[in-house]
Ligand binder design. Sequence first.
Ligand code: ITT
Length: 295
Amino acid sequence: MKAWLCSRNAHKARELERLLPGFAIEPLSADDYPPETGETYYANARAKADFGRERSGGREWVLAEDSGIEVSALGGRPGVESARYAPEGAPAIEKLLGELDGVRDREARYVSELVLLTPDGEELRGTGTLEGRIAEEPRGREGFGYDPVFVPEGETRTVAELGDDWKERHSHRARAARALAAALGVAVVLAGCGGTDPTSKRVLRAFFSGGRAARSLGQRFPHDPGTLPCTVYVKGVKLQASCSTDISLVRPARAVVTLTEAWNHGATAHTWFFFIRRDGTVQSVIQEGAPAPRT
Ligand code: ITT
């Protein structure tokens, strides 16, 4: 699925692309992002997401993030104002180290707040933090922003020394992305693939009785999750396949129906992923594998 990322920060786009593998992250370039005047990370992230939703035409997945660094000895500053504290990189680091000159308490944390808007405008959130301390001088070359002076708890190296692979697993943004993914996928666990969940069954029935394509697929796929042999005649020749149906309920009010047919005539399996609403209507569809034989 494509999601517009409402950010001018190319580092964020690169990190989020790796952190949310189900999404193709597309940076939304604009010169007139609203000023970040919110009192919380969430308020700023939501404002960026609303701006992106408007710009992208209102019917697309939209992702926004606001983040910052909170330093105990500075009463939590720069915090939500991190981006405005000083120009990113060397000037911001120099200013921070200057303010902490001679200060023994180096405790700090990174915070990331992610907001994802679905095409229907429903909001999902993910928050992540990373505890650590501010080093005496910058070290390392990877990451961005304050990474050369941020030493995560339990580590001796800075984030810029630990590198992008480390960030992908442990950073505040990685934690926020995992929380967001959990919010999106929580109902996958609910639905399971045994087909006993009543909501899954109702949504699947609504899907198969929906549009023309789903009705025609419904003639050969099982209406409950599971696998059935299915037969199609192509120019009078009988072809046999295993046709399986699976459904995952995805919060909020969404589902993914996966239909796979594995043909015995040598073609690779063919899969449809239908992204649907819980009323059975289709939002988008992706196909993979060899096309089904034409009947
Ligand atoms: P957008 O608002 O366009 O997304 P931005 O860089 O202005 O990009 P924020 O408003 O969220 O981003 O500000 C976050 C600031 O906090 C960012 O400029 C960095 O200085 C710092 N920061 C956030 N995440 C960081 C990270 O992973 N590593 C280093 N510094 C980070």
